[in-house]
Design a binder for this molecule. Structure first.
Ligand SMILES: Cc1cc2nc3c(=O)[nH]c(=O)nc-3n(C[C@H](O)[C@H](O)[C@H](O)COP(=O)(O)OP(=O)(O)OC[C@H]3O[C@@H](n4cnc5c(N)ncnc54)[C@H](O)[C@@H]3O)c2cc1C
Length: 466
């Protein structure tokens, strides 16, 4: 093994659970491919991007974490198609700086620009436009992945089962080294945003179901803390990319200027959580009251619309040393009562969730372990360590499963393995492809071990359950 490997304590964005692994940062794709093909001994390994998954997906206790952020080159930018071929360790932040000034935008973007392309593919990420544009897999033409048997090329038209197992496959089918991503053309770097308040969760879901096709992006920020008649009161924001004609004359001189301000930084990790019930309740109240009842056509820089949380670097530290998880689930349309029940249980337990995010998903994609399916998704931060949290969340899992839903693996650090096959009905297909691509089980992670995704044993169980 290269001398530059060092042992580090790794955690996801929720800071729990943490584990120690040796971290290696390959400097080139051939070096990474070589590492997998001629691995040293039997150390298990997993790819790591920018560590923005909330739980234990990019950790490998006692093994090797391959930090892919050194593989960050744009290899080819085709302005006519338009599409970009890039190394998978490139961050969305780096991509935006290249693309936006040229009038291009990633077709799917999460709520932070500090994720890598490889991490986005492994999670098969969705954005506020899922109802129209699906997940990132729908916009990928081609992937190159490193496996223990050598590099493999795949796409929807080429080895499509490998492609479908890899998009959403949590890094367990191979390490993505290169990807070709189709891009969206934009005329400006501004968004045209409509905002409105909804008095409770029912009103919010009703509004999100209306006019859906009029907006490329739509989301509701839900007060996960209020109960009673205010349960799920929300601020809905829906937007399209502004075109040149939407800008005032002065702004038309530089319509594609990209404003990515240096974020403020949480100076140090506080010894206790600063986000207790009192702080969060006060914040949520203020935030709801300050939002306009209805405002149309506001011009907003795209970074403010897509990445509001990136304005405060290290905000995850505010939850204190015990960390937090993000509980994100999806249930089918028609299961609105389940969304309401989850909110009721969480607000009754007074778990201090900052704003929750509610979204209506469109059609399911091709990824075997892809999270989105047609329905409602709700994401809430839940601080860990408080008595009863584990039992509360286990109960929510059961509720979600009985409604035909699932939780998002990229946000998870606590799900029980027996939930996997019920939540992910294509698990057996995925395990078969994984067993072919990684027969010795070299690729592994704390998440894989916790959920039984790393062995032949699980394949047998999933086959019996199917
Ligand atoms: C503030 C915030 C907002 C978010 N908003 C959204 C959202 O709107 N929609 C959404 O879908 N997600 C969202 N996420 C989750 C995030 O998009 C995913 O967790 C993403 O995978 C993080 O990318 P990363 O580079 O940090 O990967 P890491 O967290 O480092 O790794 C995540 C997974 O990707 C694998 N991986 C990393 N690189 C590679 C590679 N090159 N090849 C193969 N596997 C690899 C890892 O093994 C691991 O399983 C959000 C996260 C945060 C913190």
């Amino acid at each position: 093994m290269s001398a530059s490997a060092r042992t580090e304590l790794l955690a996801g964005w929720g800071r729990m659970p943490a584990s120690a692994a040796r971290v290696l940062r390959p400097r080139s794709v051939p070096e990474l491919e070589d590492l997998l093909a001629h691995r040293d001994g039997s150390l298990p390994m997993i790819a790591r991007g920018l560590g923005r998954s909330y739980g234990d997906a990019a950790q490998c206790a006692g093994g090797l974490a391959l930090d892919c952020t050194g593989l960050n080159k744009v290899l080819e930018l085709d302005l006519t198609t338009p599409q970009v071929r890039a190394e998978a360790g490139i961050s969305l932040d780096e991509l935006l700086r290249v693309l936006v000034p040229k009038g291009l935008f990633p077709p799917i973007t999460p709520g932070t620009r500090f994720v890598t392309l490889g991490g986005a593919i492994a999670s098969d990420i969705h954005g506020k436009n899922h109802h129209l544009d699906g997940t990132i897999a729908r916009h990928l033409d081609h992937l190159r992945i490193a496996t223990s048997g050598g590099p493999v090329e795949c796409g929807l038209g080429q080895r499509s089962e490998v492609f479908s197992a890899t998009c959403g496959g949590m890094g367990l089918t191979g390490i993505v080294t290169e990807a070709v991503l189709r891009l969206l053309r934009i005329e400006t770097s501004s968004m045209l945003v409509d905002t409105e308040r909804a008095a409770d969760i029912d009103a919010c879901m009703a509004r999100l179901s209306e006019d859906e096709g009029r907006y490329r992006y739509s989301v509701a920020w839900v007060d996960g803390f209020s109960g009673g008649r205010h349960l799920g009161r929300s601020v809905i924001t829906r937007a399209n990319h502004a075109v040149l004609a939407d800008l005032p004359a002065k702004a038309r001189r530089d319509p594609l200027g990209l404003e990515l301000r240096k974020p403020l930084r949480v100076p140090a990790a506080p010894p206790i959580s600063l986000l207790g019930p009192v702080t969060v309740a006060a914040f949520n109240e203020l935030w709801y009251r300050r939002a306009p009842r209805h405002r149309a056509g506001e011009l907003v820089p795209l970074a403010h619309f897509f990445y509001p949380l990136d304005g405060l670097a290290g905000w995850n530290l505010l939850y204190g040393p015990r960390g937090f998880t993000q509980y994100q689930f999806v249930v089918p349309l028609g299961e609105e009562a389940t969304v309401r029940t989850v909110l009721e249980r969480l607000s009754r337990a007074r778990t201090a969730s900052f704003l929750a995010v509610l979204k209506r998903f469109g059609a399911e994609g091709s990824g075997h372990l892809s999270f989105p399916r047609m329905g409602w998704t709700l994401a809430l931060d839940v601080p860990l360590g408080a008595g009863g949290t584990a039992v509360l969340l286990d109960g929510l899992d059961e509720l979600v499963v009985s409604a035909g839903g699932r939780v998002y693996l990229s946000k998870d650090g606590r799900l029980r393995p027996e939930m996997m096959a019920a939540m992910y009905p294509r698990l057996a297909d995925w395990l078969e492809v994984r067993a072919r691509l990684d027969p010795e089980g070299i690729l592994s992670s704390d998440l894989a071990r916790r959920l039984g995704l790393d062995g032949a044993r699980r394949l047998a169980v999933a086959k019996v359950e199917a």
